[in-house]
Write a protein that binds this ligand. Sequence first.
Ligand code: ADP
Length: 502
Amino acid sequence: MPEQVKILVIDDEQIMRDGCIRILCKKGCSVVPAENGADGLKELEKSPEAFDIILLDLMMPGMSGMEVLEKIRVLDDSLLVIVITGYATVESAVEAMKKGAYDFIAKPFAPDQLRIVVKRALERRMLQKEAEFLRSERERSLRDVATEKSRVKTIINCMGDGILVCDRDSCIVLTNPAASRMLEIPESRLLGNHVSRSNLHRDLSETIEGSLRTEGSAYSSISQEFSIGESGKMFLRAHTAPVRNDRGEIMGAVTVLQDISYLKELDKMKSEFIAMVAHELRAPIATVEQQLTVILSSMAGELNNTQGQLIARAKERTRGVLTLIKDLLDLSKIEAGKMVQYKEPLSLAEVITRVAEMMKTDAEVKNIRIDFLFPENIPTIHADRNSMEGIFTNLISNAVKYTPDGGKVTIALNDHSGFVKVSVADNGIGIKSEDIPRIFDRFYRVKSSETRQIVGTGLGLSIVKSIVEAHLGTISVESAEGQGTTFNVLLPKAVGLASCGE
Ligand code: ADP
């Protein structure tokens, strides 16, 4: 027995009390005797929950058993009372049961009869205790859940990042003050509304709806950036991911919003600083390069062989720095949206012929042939002349740079349904397939024994791509290592303008 059972025996007959003590103590119970109702009640009042069972004689002088029973019920109606009755008082036993006694036993009784009745009552007592325990557990868990819920709500409300949770029907079911502040939408407009009807940025509501339709069970989070408000000064980054249950079914979507305005501002300041430094450096370095050219041409006096080599090397490095400065300035123009400033109807054949002509000197040094093929009547495009020159200078100079001596560069211009297509192909060193996806990234340069000696900034192709995209065109590359590379540029034809032949 884990806890000792405690039984109160209220009986005026000493012999009955002793008998009960003897029989029940043998079963390991602790028995407290009381010789009348008043004493019994006193014991109970001390601590009613200490007793598991009460054996109560109905026929007692003074306070009757029935009165005691009534008082016990008032004190604690869960107490189990077994009434002890005489032969002639079965009716009163029935009445006692009606008043809430649990069981009865008639006098005189054999020890086993008492044990059976007590055992039954004890089983009932155990069930009572278990039920009580389960009830209190349930209440505690409900309390815990409520506390946990309010704790999670408090945490979410205190978070600096914005939170938006949608159910599977795209209805917003949870949000926090940060989300409402960042999105500049009141919480009442967000909560309970469909994402498409809560004034969310269109890209964000489309992403949320898209993530609710995500196929497969892989975790797929989508990040996006957008600006908020008329001033466009507030920039947000949103990470949206579907929420799945343990069977992998989508239950909703959660979006975390971060205010990245200060990062954008910092980025802008950095770009402006770089642009300023590049701008300030360009003039003095260009002067240095010119002076070196003058010295190299012996206009300032004859140079011996070693001096010539040193000055030539210095000039080459200076030219590298000038290219870097030019690329940095182009980059900052692109970032400021000023790269493509003036669009006009343009003949690409004319632009490319000029660029190819300019590149010829560099190509001849390496004994590389540049061919430019184009049919007549190529349609015009609507583009910025300087930007177009920039694109093809970059692509053709790359083709010359990354092609060994004696190689060949072929430029082809063609009408390609709604576009004009330019291919710049070389039979040079080529690009490994694993490098291809990265060559348009800023500052990415392929590192190999062949490219080590070639000067470059890793900015050219990223600038080319930005310009092509600003003209609503596309650029792609095909390359095989050791065999050559072809860049294909598609630019939309000018709409409503006549083609101009060369
Ligand atoms: P870089 O200043 O290094 O030439 P780019 O952005 O123009 O920078 O090109 C990025 C990288 O792509 C180069 O470093 C080079 O490894 C590779 N690449 C570009 N054009 C070619 C080409 N025609 N043939 C082989 N590799 C090329």
